[in-house]
Design a binder for this molecule. Structure first.
Ligand code: HEC
Length: 175
């Protein structure tokens, strides 16, 4: 038994030393142009998805997300703060958005993967180790709900509807 314990201890010490050598050697390619290997990618996405589900408050008071004034307010914020990274029905990602890794997904495609409470949590808190910023430090909960209301409309929003909202809110900004 003692022999096995010493053997297991030696393996752990070697793994730690090997890990440290790897970290300090600079072999790891930190370039945003080189994708993660499949295991790292799986681990990061699994941690992210489960963390969001665990931390989002399902009992939080949710306003009426179909309220058209709220959706319009959310659009103004989306146009100013989100579209550069996530794109939209009319607008391509900006040069910053195109160079991000991991890439910010099209919210028109993924918004329905999340409940409104989860979207609220993501927008308010941001996501570590990605380019997704936390908007909680700069935006009230009411504004974040407006952004969620608009985000929930994205999957069914047509180019024409996006352009109409754009015209209707010309000159309005993220105040
Ligand atoms: C600087 C770039 C950037 C900006 C600006 C940004 N995001 Fe993101 N966002 C990201 C990145 C990168 C991810 C992907 C994270 C990942 O793959 O784990 C992300 C992920 C998300 C997700 C999770 C989507 C999914 O299924 O993985 C949501 C929801 C989201 N952002 C909403 C928003 C909203 C709403 C705004 C504007 C208020 C916004 N983001 C602004 C970069 C950005």
């Amino acid at each position: 038994m003692k022999k096995y314990l010493i053997g297991a201890g030696a393996v752990i010490v070697l793994l730690i030393i090997g890990g440290l050598i790897y970290m300090y050697s600079g072999i790891f390619d930190i370039s945003a142009r080189v994708p993660h290997d499949p295991i790292t990618l799986w681990a990061m996405n699994t941690v992210r998805d489960n963390s969001i589900k665990h931390n989002a408050d399902n009992n939080i008071k949710t306003p009426d997300l179909n309220d058209s004034d709220l959706v319009k307010m959310g659009f103004v914020h989306y146009r100013e703060m989100c579209v550069g990274c996530h794109g939209g029905p009319v607008i391509e990602r900006s040069e910053i958005g195109q160079g991000l890794y991991p890439k910010a997904p099209s919210l028109a495609r993924v918004a329905n993967d999340w409940t409104p409470q989860q979207l609220f949590w993501i927008t308010k808190n941001g996501l570590k180790m990605t380019g997704m910023p936390a908007f909680g430090p700069t935006h009230s909960d009411e504004m974040i709900w407006a952004i969620v209301a608009f985000t929930k409309k994205l999957p069914t929003l047509t180019k024409e509807q996006y352009q109409t909202l754009d015209k209707e809110t010309q000159g309005e900004s993220d105040e």
